[in-house]
Design a protein around this ligand. Structure first.
Ligand code: GTP
Ligand code: MG
Length: 334
């Protein structure tokens, strides 16, 4: 069999194994542009998680060995944290950092602050921008920039679900090409490289997203995660929390004010989550692993893949959560 590829996810089409990437029924192989998984995602929104381990180091090695490569590292605006630094630093080529999904951020989170945070804590470059594919924000500005920089081949990389394929579809549309790449809110949508020659000067390559072991989709069912991820501008929920009181979110986390003075917790997360204020004597989720933080300045507690909690006042807090790896903190960006 030759190596005809699925135009939606980049897998080589095959007719042998229904559970492996790139499967199509043999009677439709000749006329298929998409594998069965992509076809279903596109037409029925049906979720099935790809049975394939993404070889992050292999992808990085490949890109590093391409002398014409430049990299656009896409970061979901809700997942900005310092752990990203070590991934970005693995790429040797020229790097552009794009913070995606600007449209879901509340207006109070200023672009200037986000860029400042990235430059100070993740990677210091002039080439940082916030974008939104949904709102067509800064996409043309970015394309103009890379054309001016004479970029020949741009690899779009980053963690799964950061919006790489959606971004490329958007570029395709604005270049009067069809937005054929499959996108979805489940992890691992793109399975292999998808190379698109925009014109004689510029080629863009979509890549499979890296899997973040410490993100929420590893700890709760994918279908639930899809529902818990904000789709439109976040409406921040703020609670005044007295000593001993906690806010519980679904069966995911409990955050407790353990200092004498009351504090204010603001949740930059989906409004589909269930928030509940409870008293100290209520043991809900106390069984989960916990971590305490001393808050000495306005701080964001990031729950990887879900959003973050802004804490404004000095004091101590305790978080019980499905897994402690989900939690990181940073100086508040607001
Ligand atoms: N609100 C909003 N959602 C976006 C934006 N870009 C992408 N998304 C959503 O984010 C989810 C993931 O998008 P994809 O483009 O499939 O992400 P990806 O990085 O290609 O993911 P993998 O192929 O798994 O690595 C989808 O539900 C998209 O609709 C954006 O600009 N704004
Ligand atoms: Mg993709």
């Amino acid at each position: 069999m030759n190596d005809k590829k699925c135009i939606g996810c980049g897998s080589i089409l095959q007719t042998d194994n229904v559970n492996k990437e790139g499967f199509v029924r043999s009677n439709v192989y000749d006329k298929s542009l998409y594998c069965e998984r992509c076809f279903k995602i596109k037409h029925y929104g049906e979720y099935s998680v790809l049975d394939k381990k993404i070889d992050t180091d292999g992808i990085i090695r490949n890109i590093n060995s391409d002398e014409y490569s430049c990299v656009a590292f896409l970061i979901d605006a809700l997942n900005l944290n310092e752990n990203l630094r070590k991934y970005i630093n693995k790429f040797r080529s020229r790097k552009y950092i794009l913070i995606t999904k600007k449209d879901i951020l509340p207006k109070s989170l200023k672009e200037k602050k986000i860029i400042e945070y990235v430059r100070n804590n993740i990677f210091d470059t002039d080439n940082v921008m916030c974008i939104s594919s949904v709102k067509n924000y800064n996409i043309d500005a970015f394309l103009n920039k890379i054309r001016k920089d004479n970029v020949r081949r741009l690899y779009i990389v980053g963690f799964t679900n950061s919006g790489k394929s959606t971004f490329i579809n958007h570029i395709l549309t604005s270049n009067l090409m069809s937005p054929v790449i499959t996108t979805s809110s489940i992890p691992n949508t793109t399975a292999s490289y998808i190379t698109i020659k925009l014109d004689n000067k510029l080629t863009i390559v979509d890549t499979p997203g890296f899997i973040d072991k410490d993100a929420i989709y590893n700890f709760i069912d994918y279908k639930k995660v899809v529902k818990l991820y904000p789709k439109k501008e976040i409406k921040v929920k703020t609670f005044q929390v007295r000593n001993g009181y906690s806010i519980v979110i679904n069966d995911i986390l409990r955050i407790e004010n353990i200092s004498e003075k009351s504090n204010s917790f603001s949740f930059y997360m989906s409004d589909k989550l269930r928030y509940e204020k409870i008293k100290a004597k209520n043991d809900k989720l106390r069984i989960l692993p916990s971590v305490s933080y001393e808050i000495t300045e306005p701080t964001d507690i990031i729950i990887n893949g879900l959003g973050f909690i802004r804490i404004t006042k000095v004091g101590s807090i305790k978080i019980h959560i499905l897994d402690l790896k989900l939690v990181t903190k940073r100086k508040s960006m607001i």
